[in-house]
Design a protein around this ligand. Structure first.
Ligand code: GLN
Length: 245
């Protein structure tokens, strides 16, 4: 199968090697005979609703978020349509915040979001930095990564988090939860990049995107020894020195 991936603002939102997540998806798709057709979607670029199986947006500093926020709002209607039609969306940190209703940044400016996720974010004074470990009971798995954000993300009542915080700050340093998943839309603060050390989650995203592409949703298992070892190291680092609220 050919999977079309829409990479939003790769020139603005890409810190902590977030674009590495695309490389992992491409490698894992290729290992199963599928191909990723990655298209950059930048400022004033149209969104090909129906054509894109998977949207991806990385993280960035407040300055970069402010540069793209209004352009993203101009794409909101098309992105909502695409997700309603079954497209998958993975958003990391600054991108995750802009998928909510709004992000009030460190300077106190209110950046509009696109409301694809039931949440909003307000920056605090202290940055939440460190290794993170999550328990994702919905998948019977754990996620390990790295966080660095001033934003405190508040989920709406009834919203599904991505995981329970075992170690680290997570969404706001006090709720005990991290990220948000809403149908096929996934948001998280976890950088690293996230997917190399969490192969099960990479396959989850791929499988969801394959559904939209009309392809087989079963993915043949891969050896993943290195990936599991990297997960173990990252998880242990989080247990020993993850952030403490
Ligand atoms: N600028 C946002 C914050 O500080 C997001 C940071 C990021 O993407 N790492 O919370």
């Amino acid at each position: 199968m050919k999977l079309a991936v829409g990479h939003l603002y790769p020139d603005y939102l890409n810190i902590y090697a977030d674009r590495g997540n695309i490389a992992v998806l491409a490698q894992r798709a290729a290992a199963r005979g599928h191909e990723l057709d990655v298209r950059a979607i930048g400022m004033r670029d149209p969104v090909a609703v129906g054509e894109i199986d998977l949207f991806y947006v990385g993280g960035g500093q407040d300055r970069e978020q402010a540069l793209v926020a209004h352009d993203l709002v101009a794409k909101a209607h098309a992105l909502h349509q695409a997700v309603e039609q079954g497209a998958t969306f993975l958003a990391v940190c600054g991108g995750y915040q802009l998928l909510g209703r709004s992000y009030r940044d460190v300077a106190g400016d209110e950046l509009p979001g696109i409301g694809l996720l039931p949440l909003h974010t307000v920056a605090g004074e202290r940055r939440m930095i460190g290794d993170v470990l999550l328990d994702c009971a919905w998948a019977g798995e754990t996620l390990a990564g790295f966080e660095n954000h001033a934003g405190r993300t508040l989920l709406d009542d009834g919203a599904e988090p991505l995981g329970r915080v075992v170690s680290g700050f997570g969404n706001d340093g006090s709720s005990g939860y991290e990220g948000c998943r809403h149908g096929t839309v996934y948001g998280t603060y976890l950088h690293g990049p996230l997917l190399p050390r969490n192969p099960w989650f990479a396959d989850r995203i791929l499988a969801d995107a394959l559904v939209h592409a009309g392809g087989p949703t079963e993915l043949a298992p891969l050896p993943d020894d290195l990936e599991r070892a990297a997960h173990g190291v990252s998880a242990e680092r989080a247990r020993t020195r993850g952030g403490r609220s």
